[in-house]
Design a protein around this ligand. Structure first.
Ligand code: AMP
Ligand code: ZN
Length: 478
């Protein structure tokens, strides 16, 4: 079976064939850090996190690059409001963003470049575009991309006509007067004395937004990407601008073979957005809902479809999540209370069917919604088998192993699989530690060294050290 993805560039489902064998260069646009991130951002980064994880699960060697926009007009304006230094403000919100991603189980990118760390690369890219007569500086100290030179590519990703883009996207087009053509976009912007700026051949200034992604992906993702991702609002002008710039610099087409865009997270049918003010920050939502429920809520919709956010929908997601989580807890309980023995009771068959189903769903443009629906069916079957017959421990452990395997992709059930107590990820209560040590003693008495070691390792992982002494076992937190 082949993995198929929906490509915004061709507007078709296509078989996924990377440019260089199993190597996948994947770039996802990061946030502009002028405030705490909201749940709409979480939607984007969780979606691409799962796409990245699934590609690894499928045996691809993924290099995941995602930037942080740490200099931008929004940052400068917000710093003016708060009276902070803009660099201090963006550093503060970069930390907040990374904290949120860690809380939500989003894997760290392989490379997470910042704009301020790549001014040289950005200036070099702009110089090259000017040299190739694809960009022009103006007496005001700005530099623009000259779209009249590559007009045939206008609308290449948004599939709109030049006229449509001029009319429909007025709000997103820079209105500067020194442009030659209304759709030309800024590459370098002159900075006032009070604003952050860097010396350049065109005077003191700062990068326009789009150029950073071209410069960084060329530096870290080779000249052509396999996948470029972001929210659907970035298709125009941001991603189209990236195509013009990158192909203008390298002369290679396509800049990215596949373009993937996540749908919006909305409130009352309107996109959740900082500028509209209809947002809940990730931190606010985490105060009320555990991270795994938030992930489950987001993954329970296909990444390209809209998710309507409400407390009720999150609560429903919480209940749905618990149905699968309870099965995992049932399995763990059954393992603890079941002697060894090779009774399979049909579990191996169910696991192999569930694994096939998981791959079939995810191979169809990463359909996490269908994958979760199939997991419900699998869970029900597992519960029925456990209560109807008595599968032996190896069969039960295989079920847990299967959940671990797919959780490498979904990142939702880790706590239930490892048995960390609710609300105490990463920590066991004293009572639980005592109970686990007792179980380890029982295992040792039964000469089940493997199980005894597993328990000791589980405790060690949580920073609990066991000392076997003359007076019995003592433990302490390391
Ligand atoms: P920004 O910081 O606004 O550039 O957003 C960073 C990423 O989050 C972009 O890929 C956006 O498309 C995405 N994003 C922002 N708001 C939402 C939303 N409400 N739903 C889905 N994705 C969003
Ligand atoms: Zn970008």
């Amino acid at each position: 079976m082949a993995l198929r993805v929906y490509n915004t560039l061709t507007r078709e489902m296509e078989e996924f064939v990377p440019l260089h064998g199993k190597k996948v260069n994947m770039y996802v646009c990061g946030p502009t850090v002028y405030d705490h991130c909201h749940l709409g951002h979480a939607r984007s980064y969780i979606s691409f996190d799962v796409i990245r994880r699934y590609l690894s699960y499928r045996g691809y060697d993924v290099r995941y690059i995602s930037n942080v926009t740490d200099v931008d007009d929004k940052i400068i304006n917000r710093a003016k409001e708060t009276g902070e230094d803009p660099f201090y403000l963006s550093a503060r919100f970069t930390r907040s963003f990374i904290e949120d991603m860690t809380s939500l189980g989003v894997k760290k990118p392989d490379v997470q470049p910042t704009v301020t760390g790549h001014i040289t690369e950005i200036v070099d890219a702009i110089k090259l575009l000017i040299l190739r007569e694809l960009a022009y500086p103006t007496p005001e100290g700005n530099v623009y991309y000259d779209l009249t030179m590559s007009k045939k590519k206008i609308g290449i990703l948004s599939h709109q006509t030049e006229e449509g883009l001029m009319e429909g996207s007025g709000a997103r087009i820079d209105v500067e007067k020194d442009k030659k053509y209304p759709l030309d976009f800024v590459l370098w912007k002159s900075s006032a004395e009070s604003e952050p700026g860097w010396d350049s051949p065109w005077g003191r200034g700062r990068p326009g937004w789009h150029i950073e992604c071209s410069a960084m992906s060329m530096k870290y993702g080779s000249e052509q990407l396999d996948i470029h991702g972001g929210g659907a609002d970035l298709i125009f002008p941001h991603h189209e601008a990236e195509i013009h710039q990158s192909e203008g610099c390298t002369g290679k087409h396509p800049f990215s073979k596949y373009w993937l865009h996540n749908g919006f997270l909305t409130i009352d049918k309107e996109k959740m957005s900082k500028s509209v003010g209809n947002f809940f920050t990730i931190k606010q939502v985490l105060e009320e809902f555990p991270p795994e429920v938030i992930r489950f809520f987001i993954l329970n919709t296909h990444y390209r479809n809209t998710i309507d956010f409400s407390r009720t929908h999150l609560e429903e997601a919480g209940r749905a999540y618990e149905r699968i989580a309870n099965t995992i807890i049932n399995v763990r309980y059954a393992i603890e209370n079941t002697p060894g023995g090779d009774t399979d009771s049909g579990l191996s068959d169910e696991i192999s069917k569930a694994r096939d189903q998981f791959t079939i769903s995810m191979d169809e443009d990463f359909n996490t919604r269908e994958a979760l629906a199939n997991l419900f069916i699998f869970s029900r079957k597992v519960n029925a088998i456990i209560s109807g017959s008595s599968p032996g421990r190896p069969a039960l452990e295989a079920v847990l192993g299967f959940f671990s395997e797919i959780d490498e992709v979904l990142g939702v059930f880790g706590k239930d699989i490892s048995g960390a107590p609710e609300g105490k990820t990463g920590g066991f209560s004293d009572e639980q530690i005592d109970a686990m040590i007792l179980k380890r003693e029982e295992a040792r008495m039964a000469k089940d060294w493997k199980r005894a070691d597993t328990i000791r390792d589980e405790l060690k992982e949580k920073g609990i050290v066991i000392e076997d002494g003359k007076e019995g076992v003592r433990w302490r937190r390391a």
